[in-house]
Ligand binder design. Sequence first.
Ligand code: SER
Length: 316
Amino acid sequence: MIKILITGAGGQLGSVLTKELQQKFGVQNVIATDLLEKPNFMGHFEQLDATDYKAIEKIVVENKINQIYHLAAILSAKGEENPLKTWDINMKSLFNVLEVSRLYGIDKVFYPSSIAVFGDKIPRENTPQNPNLTPTTVYGISKSSGENWGNYYFEKYGLDVRSLRYPGIIGYQSLPGGGTTDYAVDIYHKAVKKEKFSCFLEKNTVLPMIFMNDAIRATVALMDAPKENISVRTSYNLAGMSFSPKEIFESIKKIYPNFRISYKPDFRQKIASSWPQSINDTNAREDWGWKPAYNLDRMSKIMIQKLEEQYKLATI
Ligand code: SER
């Protein structure tokens, strides 16, 4: 029987992935946790500070957990406000998860990484799986170290740690918090609310992005793949689509011709400029059959349709 612990279950990805795993494995078999209380959470929720080893251990033991999805982390933009605290939280929580997994014989661990690991010394187009990683944010440094720690626990202890380098994730179900790619979610909310959008990136800054449905599908596919298929034990490159603020604006304008945008780049521009524009995910395609299903226009259509429904419901 599979018993799952998720950290960061209240976050952008966590809230959607939790529902997916509840559906797949049964609501009672998923223990969703977050630092903040989530009063409206469906299913088994516990407040958990993932930097507290004893607290994690207690949940693992009491619930006979055998899989952990460790999503709690501070993201790229927010992380720069307090670099040492970000490092401390991101790494301490990871070590806690790896250690508890080793000590209690956890079957599988999922650890999300990010396009933030790459830095500006790499080919920015079709970025390969294994370039020289020189991340420019503390978040990126913590993720590239974390990937190597996952690999270390696999090599040294045989712990089945699996990881994806997510592009910016875009979904209607939840809001991102503290990332450099957050603009690509916010822009849809502004469009649906008929407001003008002020973009914190320059109009031609192309970044790799992925629609939430694809991100979830990739996660499930990776975790379902037979162990012998997993050839990358640091973290898999993962591609969905790539676009600039101007291109997403134009895609939205096809549906809302009167939508307007202005550009006021801030400190996040420098972070975005150090990241890839597109990703080579050959390993994911070959090892576990990855193929994204959504492009920009298809995503825009669904985002707008779903957000319109949500805003309508909110006013009833
Ligand atoms: N979306 C994340 C961020 O912008 C990238 O992992 O920080």
